[in-house]
Write a protein that binds this ligand. Structure first.
Ligand code: ATP
Length: 500
């Protein structure tokens, strides 16, 4: 069964004489078929009638009012858990019944020429929605059963018309499996403007390496990433905005770098172009494959030394101090080290990386890698990164490679993010609680803001040095009109959220 039969719409000359029947399926049969597919809608009124008869109107009314009050209290008192658990279900049910069903859905498809007429019976065949989800306020994902004779091209041709008919920003169509389409309706573009770079906190006490605020999620909550106890992999095509997720966390932890509580080890095999500006911040910096191997070996040795220190002091976790700082290895363009370099370099690098990625977490040695292509051939150690973020990518398959199987089907349409500057810094991450994808935009860190970071947070500077604590003006086109940027970050500090 590929589609439900909508109400008959006989048309002159629709039936072909001598072939099958010219009569359409009876309405009562169609109603029974519908009920069989949606047993809940038969069960619900039955349970309501039973409850009314058995318990009485007052009891049933009190239970319903209590449930409603409970939901309202939850909505008002704990937005993060409500938005994560209840809102997707309520939103999905509401939209399914107001937009994507019955006469409205049929009318939209009819207007967009996406229904077909059965030539024998004259019935209008309407592609049926077999699965619907509105995981986020701005994206609806539908699995649609095609009617016979249609294919994915029929729908991709009509996608712009469908978007306009649904009042949506964009509609993307892909083939899920034979006879089934995945249709993604982007109702609105949640990040219409660029976001400011993360603020640099005043002191190290204000930094929590478990929740670095580096942007916003589409739910309006701060987009926080966790560095401590994790290894971070950021995937994104060229120009997707990986730089923001490199410099943003460094700004958010700036005072800890200044106070030598965090040490940065940086490998940049694009000749150092991305990271040169910040080299004063780095404990070690490598821009050639040979130096990179040496740096990796040193980093691994540092991890082994820390493990030995922990054994000696009989501790399972380290306090972050100048003697035992947090060690962060940043590898821009990871593929140059894990795939495209000289064969012996790649072999040694993979061995060292695997060692650090499997043992570094407990010893406060974290790796943050940035890569364009996340396939196994390119990043063999991909699965060892415990937090993965996917910015705009060029292939649908890259999404699941980056975020895990089924992420794209659950709505992480990173390959649909346009590859222009207006959409740079936008990506998806999997919510650790609900396992659903959440879209975010990272704050954009300009060169001037990197200079500000270097100026304020070069290791060894102390807050009582003349110009260490004071921010000198770095005029940029973005920070002039946006006087409320600090307010935004202040507000975010109070709100809850965070996904990575
Ligand atoms: N968070 C952001 N918000 C808005 N625009 C951004 C953001 N991040 C980057 N951009 C824009 O996108 C451009 C490319 O960004 P970036 O250099 O970080 O990309 P990339 O992923 O590192 O690319 P490549 O791998 O080629 O170096 C920037 O010059 C900037 O104009």
């Amino acid at each position: 069964m590929v589609a439900f039969l909508s109400k008959s719409r006989p048309r002159g000359g629709g039936a072909v004489a001598g072939r099958g029947s010219g009569r359409s399926t009876g309405g009562e049969i169609r109603a029974l078929l519908w009920l069989a597919r949606h047993p809940g809608w038969a069960l619900l009124p039955a349970v309501a009638v039973w409850a009314l008869l058995a318990l009485g109107t007052v009891t049933v009314g009190s239970i319903a009012a209590g449930l409603l009050a409970g939901v309202l209290v939850w909505w008002r008192s704990h937005p993060p858990s409500f938005d994560r658990c209840a809102a997707p279900v309520l939103r999905s049910t509401w939209r399914r019944w107001t937009t994507y069903r019955g006469a409205h859905w049929r009318g939209v498809l009819d207007d967009c020429e996406l229904t077909r007429e059965n030539r024998r019976t004259g019935q209008v065949l309407v592609p049926r929605i077999v699965r619907f989800r509105a995981v986020t306020p701005s994206i609806d994902t539908l699995t649609v059963a095609l009617v016979r004779g249609q294919d994915v091209l029929t729908w991709t041709d009509r996608a712009p018309a469908l978007a306009d008919a649904l009042g949506a920003h964009r509609v993307a169509v892909s083939r899920a499996r034979p006879g089934r389409l995945r249709v993604v309706v982007e109702r609105s573009m949640p990040f219409a403007r660029m976001l400011d770079a993360p603020a640099i906190p005043a002191t190290a006490d204000e930094v929590d390496l478990r929740t670095l605020d580096v942007g916003d999620t589409e739910r309006g909550t701060p987009f926080r990433i966790r560095i401590r106890g994790k290894h971070l992999l950021v995937v994104g095509a060229s120009g997707a905005g990986k730089g923001s997720l490199l410099w943003g966390p460094l700004r958010a932890m700036g005072p800890m770098i200044r106070d030598e509580l965090v040490r940065l080890w940086v490998i940049d095999l694009k000749g150092g172009t991305e990271t040169e500006r910040g080299q004063d911040l780095f404990h070690r910096w490598a821009t050639t494959p040979a130096d990179a191997l040496e740096l990796l070996t040193e980093f691994r040795d540092s991890m082994l030394a820390r493990q030995a220190w922990m054994r000696e002091h009989q501790v399972r976790t380290c306090e972050i101090t100048r003697e035992t700082p947090y060690e962060l290895l940043i590898i821009d363009e990871l593929a140059m080290l894990t795939a495209y370099g000289d064969r012996s370099v790649v072999r040694d690098a993979l061995r060292l990386l695997a060692e650090v990625l499997t043992q570094g977490r407990a010893a406060d040695h974290t790796v943050a890698g940035y890569v364009q292509e996340p396939s196994k051939d390119v990043v063999d150690v991909r699965e060892l990164f415990t937090t993965r973020i996917c910015l705009g990518v060029t292939a649908a398959s890259h999404v699941d490679m980056a975020l895990g199987d089924g992420a794209r089907d659950r709505g992480a349409l990173a390959d649909e993010i346009p590859g222009d500057e207006a959409h740079a810094g936008i990506g998806f991450v999997i919510d650790t609680g609900s396992r659903l994808p959440v879209r975010f935009r990272a704050g954009y860190v300009t060169d001037t803001e990197i200079d500000e970071l270097v100026h304020r947070c070069t290791p060894g500077l102390t807050t009582d040095q003349p110009d260490a604590g004071e921010v000198l003006p770095f005029p940029t086109p973005t920070d002039q009109p946006d006087q409320d940027s600090d307010d935004r970050h202040d507000d975010q500090d109070d709100s809850e959220g965070g996904v990575a």
